[in-house]
Design a protein around this ligand. Sequence first.
Ligand SMILES: Cc1cc2nc3c(=O)[nH]c(=O)nc-3n(C[C@H](O)[C@H](O)[C@H](O)COP(=O)(O)OP(=O)(O)OC[C@H]3O[C@@H](n4cnc5c(N)ncnc54)[C@H](O)[C@@H]3O)c2cc1C
Length: 301
Amino acid sequence: MSSNQELLQKFKNNISNNTKLSNYSWFNLGGPAEYLFKPENNNQLKEFLKDNKINKHKITILGAGSNTLIRDNGIKGVVIKLGANFSQINLIDKNTIVAGAAALDRKISNFAKDNGIGNFEFLSCIPGSIGGAVIMNSGCYNNDISKILISISTININSCEEKEIMREEIQFFYRDTNLSKDLIITSVKLKGNTDSPENIQKKQKNLIEKKKLSQPSQVKTCGSTFKNLNSEKKVWQLIKENGCHNFKVGDAIISEKHCNFFINNGKAKASDIEKLINKVKKTIIDKTGINLELEIKIIGE
Ligand SMILES: Cc1cc2nc3c(=O)[nH]c(=O)nc-3n(C[C@H](O)[C@H](O)[C@H](O)COP(=O)(O)OP(=O)(O)OC[C@H]3O[C@@H](n4cnc5c(N)ncnc54)[C@H](O)[C@@H]3O)c2cc1C
């Protein structure tokens, strides 16, 4: 039996071959994964990674895919997407929550509300998983993950070692951290402050309403395409002022409501979105000298 057949045989309930990935990205785009592995728990994940020391497949980690454009020819090697058991959310003490890295931000925000833990309201506006939120240092309305994080539990892709990393050991930047790309976050500890569920619900509602007014909903997008700059001007303003907001490539368009949101308007290919990104980037650099940095991740062939 070839090592690839052994891989499929050994993890047969959790691995698939040549699997369509478009359902795993908010753009609803992207070719297949050579292998898609959804581990059930830490032990199975470690066992897989140990075997991979021999198989040497390239590993790609996917969260909820709300910040990731997957290219049309898909992803070589193994895409790891944490299985359903990594979505559990539990209380450790009065104001501290532990959540599996695949738990959705919105669900954690609601769990915190139900348990009278405040300062997690902003998570109700971010559509990803908490693992992805740590990697991206996601946030909005003056809050971000770094402000509520206690620690992350991780498994190293190469050494297969489990390690808890404390918040103080991590450097957080705007939508980025200095965490090694070799780490899979398996769970996250977060701390908030005591508040009443009624008050928290009000705050959540306000933030969600605010977002609805300024950003498109019910569209195929991965949110802000470029990182905001360290300046007075937001990227959406730069895009508008430099006439890029009407750009389109095939069915890849720019949201009228928020021109840093790029949209698959139905029939776009991932390459159309990427071409649109490059067209805007080139126009902005030619006209202003500003080199926009991507916030979304582009992966695959
Ligand atoms: C409509 C919309 C609104 C948005 N609004 C906001 C906003 O207000 N603020 C904001 O910050 N973002 C926003 N985003 C972007 C996005 O939701 C966040 O970046 C989110 O935290 C990404 O999480 P994810 O699980 O979807 O990550 P993915 O897109 O799946 O992955 C992002 C990165 O994290 C890595 N990753 C994911 N999980 C793990 C893990 N367990 N271990 C190691 N690495 C991992 C991936 O490899 C990748 O590099 C928005 C997106 C959309 C579609």
